[in-house]
Design a binder for this molecule. Structure first.
Ligand code: ASP
Length: 439
């Protein structure tokens, strides 16, 4: 049994957090491969080490002394070493970092030091091996990750070792360090899990998994216990902030379950993400989650005989594509079609699209409605329950929400409703109340 556990920035923020992390790791001998982020914020107005390192780099580039920022970084690590009585030569490490703060310093090398320090310190504290990610996370020259080389390199380093490795960076073919995009330690964890065919990839953070709705809109929403990858995709597309996108593919390809857990509440089972669950009928809640985005523009085109006109949808879509506008949702009637586009993204090109539609499609009428929010109710079980969409619309109707547009995925994985921006929050609250609370 092998568990790869990744700990995020808040789990590495100070000595107190290190103690929790150690307890979690040592409570299960299967947690052998540990991936860490740089130290994050200890409280709301604190700084993330990675942000300080980027700031340090900017100072150097502008010829401003980075001394004060360096001191802030150094103090964070000295404190952890002191509080945990670590044996690592932290002063030697910090001297090396300080000496490197020159105009020629590589940005990626510098900002990767947060993860490097976290891994060094935690390895020392756990008495696990420190394995630098330059030894196994291999980038291609174009900045993409060479999955084969990466997997092979980690396996070659030994599959039975107990190790701590830094997230967020790897090595280019010429030996230079290369960082991933922000939040990239999630990817490193997924790569390690996939390389070693782990039984599970645990992603430890400061929340007990993915919430069923945005807590700013719904008071204390429940945690999603089980979610499939397609559901996750539907929710994150509609704005739910979950994991780094790149962290999904490596574990999904290998059918490794991904478990989001809370370092501050380690007995909570968190959220498990898998390709599918064996729960088709009956059990649990009908809805998995609700998410939404504001500020869509809906373009509705009316033309008699539209349904009989071959290729008309292609011409319509062509007008949007030619102007570089992405159509996000579409719903069609016999003689009309409505297309939802992001207001922000189409700001500069909406009139070009309208002009092109007038010319190519020659509609009888066209309406443009702005200020629309799209809200998605996502749930893999809806397809098995007759009347689920009826119940959803009835609840919205009772609450006086005017539904302006409806789309549904072919598999009934989600139902998306377009409502006025002013009804955005109410729509999410009503769906939550009627489908989650009252079940
Ligand atoms: N430390 C990096 C960041 O702040 C990467 C990570 O935490 O995953 O983006």
């Amino acid at each position: 049994m092998l568990k790869v556990a990744k700990f995020g920035g808040s789990s590495m923020a100070d000595a107190e957090q290190y103690k929790k992390v150690k307890d979690i790791i040592l409570s299960d001998p299967a947690r052998k491969v540990i991936v860490v982020s740089a130290a994050g914020k200890r409280k709301e107005d604190d700084h993330k080490i990675t942000d300080l390192l980027y700031l340090c780099y900017a100072h150097i580039q502008y010829g401003v002394d980075p001394g004060d920022i360096f001191q802030m970084i150094a103090e964070r690590y000295r404190e952890i070493c002191r509080d945990l009585s670590l044996s690592i030569d932290i002063e030697g490490e910090l001297r090396q970092l300080k000496a490197a703060l020159r105009p020629s310093v590589s940005r990626d090398w510098l900002v990767s030091r947060g993860e490097y320090f976290s891994a060094r310190l935690l390895a020392d504290y756990l008495k696990f091996d420190f394995v630098d990610s330059v030894e196994w996370v291999k980038f291609n020259l174009d900045g993409t990750i060479n999955q084969d080389k990466t997997y092979r390199a980690l396996r070659d380093l030994g599959t039975e070792r107990r190790m701590v490795t830094p997230g967020f960076y790897g090595v280019l073919p010429d030996g230079r360090i290369r960082t991933m995009s922000r939040g990239g330690s999630d990817i490193t964890g997924a790569l390690a899990a996939a390389a070693l065919d782990a039984n599970i990839y645990e992603n430890w953070t400061d929340v007990s998994g993915i919430l069923m709705a945005d807590p700013r809109i719904v008071d204390h929403p429940d945690t999603i216990r089980q979610i499939t990858y397609p559901e996750l995709r539907a929710l994150s597309y509609m704005g739910a902030q979950v994991l780094h996108e790149g962290s999904i593919a490596p574990v999904r390809e290998k059918h490794i379950p991904l478990n989001i857990r809370n370092t501050n509440d380690p007995t909570h089972p968190g959220t498990v993400i898998m390709e599918s669950f064996d729960d088709k009928q009956g059990s649990g809640k009908l809805l998995t989650g609700i998410a939404g985005r504001r500020d869509f523009t809906i373009v509705t085109i009316h033309k008699s005989g539209m349904s009989n006109a071959i290729g008309i949808l292609r011409s319509i879509m062509g007008c949007f594509a030619d102007a570089g506008v992405n159509v996000e949702h579409i719903t069609s009637g016999i003689d009309s079609v409505s297309l939802a586009i992001s207001s922000e993204e189409s700001r500069g090109s909406l009139y070009t699209v309208i002009g092109a539609l007038q010319k190519t499609v020659v509609p009888e009428a066209m309406e443009v409605t702005e200020g629309i929010s799209m809200v998605a109710a996502v749930g893999r079980k809806m397809v098995f329950v007759p009347g689920s969409s009826g119940a959803l619309f009835a609840a919205l109707g009772r609450a006086g929400v005017n539904v302006r547009m409806i789309t549904q995925e072919p598999e009934e994985l989600n139902i998306v409703v377009g409502v006025n921006n002013s009804d955005f929050e109410k729509t999410i609250q009503v769906i939550y109340e009627s489908f989650v609370k009252q079940q």
